[in-house]
Design a protein around this ligand. Structure first.
Ligand code: PLP
Length: 385
């Protein structure tokens, strides 16, 4: 079909995800090795400060972690979730979120999603609030902000914590304010396929100094005073261990990768936005396809998903594969996994329907219009549009 070749893909094949590792990132890694301090250190701190700047945080703070999942887990601990406590999480989500709750002995309660933004549905959240509910954990699906203002209003009314899953939405905004710059706790991921990567990594945003200190301690095995030394590429040899903790810190090398990517983030987001807008435009009049109902103005798009109506998704997947176009499914509903079979849940009709229809098309930064058009054209062609 075509002559281009994406890293890791056969000639002519279009993968769902393509990492963007340029010479700038390679050089950043080489330089980081030259410093000779591979573990958490000054570069980790610099990455945190640059994230704080990018997210326009004034009095809020960033704690870098080794994965997005560990950021979510730290948030669950900070929110005080323990055995018997319930956390309301959309089932239409990656299981990392549910497992972060389960890790602390908390109980996952599944809520449904809104049909337009595919994020947590506020009415569904309210329908499952009980005396044991401690927190709400909404996801901004695909980088498209969910109804977060309504969710904060519900949380305020019932005295609940909010853990925003921003793993899809680093750089997305609500009413002009970046996700993470307001509200309660927010988590991000820099895993290999996210909008920017640190190979593996994550970040937690907390709202006050006390939580910052606790999060840093939890991140480093409950050790009370080593973080300040490590930020100077040094170690403390005498310290106390004051609580249970984890090995969740980010290394200098990962931070160097993350920093190099963060320097290009405006361009990476703009490229992805343009690709999403072009997809929406080319697919707008295909009756069997529902495109995202947004102009992406406040979205930092992580994936581009469509809904395929009329039970045609599996056949479309096969058709696209025959054309060398890979697709993905985000997500299978978590309330159907064996481990969560007995978890309490709201009415799940939208999740059940959407999870049968949702299809992730390839989305990369520096995806040319020609590539977007060939993917969208293959979808149109299948439906004879
Ligand atoms: C990527 C992702 C995570 C976890 O992030 P990792 O960095 O891979 O641990 C959690 N939830 C969702 C929805 C994600 O997409």
């Amino acid at each position: 079909m075509t002559a281009w070749r994406f890293p890791g893909a056969a000639p002519g094949e279009i993968p769902v995800f393509v990492p963007h590792i340029g010479v700038d990132t390679i050089k950043a890694v080489t330089d980081a090795f030259d410093v000779g301090w591979l573990g958490m250190g000054a570069t980790t701190r610099e990455f945190e400060q640059e994230i704080e700047r990018f997210l326009q945080l004034n009095d809020r703070h960033v704690v870098a972690t080794n994965t997005g999942t560990s950021a979510l887990h730290l948030a669950v601990v900070l929110a005080g979730i323990g055995p018997g406590d319930e956390v309301i999480v959309p089932s239409f989500n990656f299981v990392a979120d549910h497992q972060a709750v389960s890790s602390e002995g908390g109980e996952v309660v599944f809520c449904d999603i809104a049909e337009d933004d595919l994020g947590a549905d506020p009415a569904s959240i309210e329908s499952v609030i009980s005396a044991r509910t401690k927190a709400i954990m909404p996801l901004h699906f695909a980088g498209i902000p969910c109804r977060i203002n309504e969710i904060y209003a519900i949380a305020a009314k019932h005295g609940l914590r909010v853990i925003e899953d921003g793993t899809h939405s680093f750089g997305s905004a609500v009413d002009g304010r970046p996700i993470g710059s307001f509200g309660d706790l927010a988590c991000f991921s820099f895993d290999p396929v996210k909008v920017i990567t640190s190979i593996d990594g994550g970040a937690l945003v907390v709202g006050d100094e006390e939580s910052l200190e606790r999060a840093r301690r939890l991140r480093l095995l409950g050790i009370d005073r080593d973080t300040a030394e490590r930020y100077k590429n040094k170690r403390a040899w005498d310290y106390d261990v004051v609580e249970r903790g984890f090995r969740y810190h980010m290394t200098n090398i990962n931070a160097a990768v993350g920093l190099s990517q963060l320097r290009r983030i405006d361009e990476l987001i703009e490229d992805r936005r343009s690709a999403c807008r072009l997809y929406n435009q080319v697919l707008s009049d295909v009756p069997e396809v529902v495109t995202p109902q947004t102009d992406f103005a406040e979205a930092s798009p992580f994936i581009y998903t469509i809904r395929v109506l009329g039970g045609m998704r599996e056949k479309l997947i096969d058709h696209l594969r025959d054309q060398g176009i890979a697709t993905g499914i985000h997500f299978m509903p978590a309330h159907e996994y064996r481990y969560y079979a007995s978890a309490r849940r709201a009415d799940m009709s939208v999740t059940t329907q959407i999870s049968k229809e949702i299809l992730t098309l390839p989305l990369h930064a520096s995806m040319t219009a020609a590539v977007v058009e060939s993917v969208a054209g293959a979808v149109r062609g299948y439906f004879g549009s």
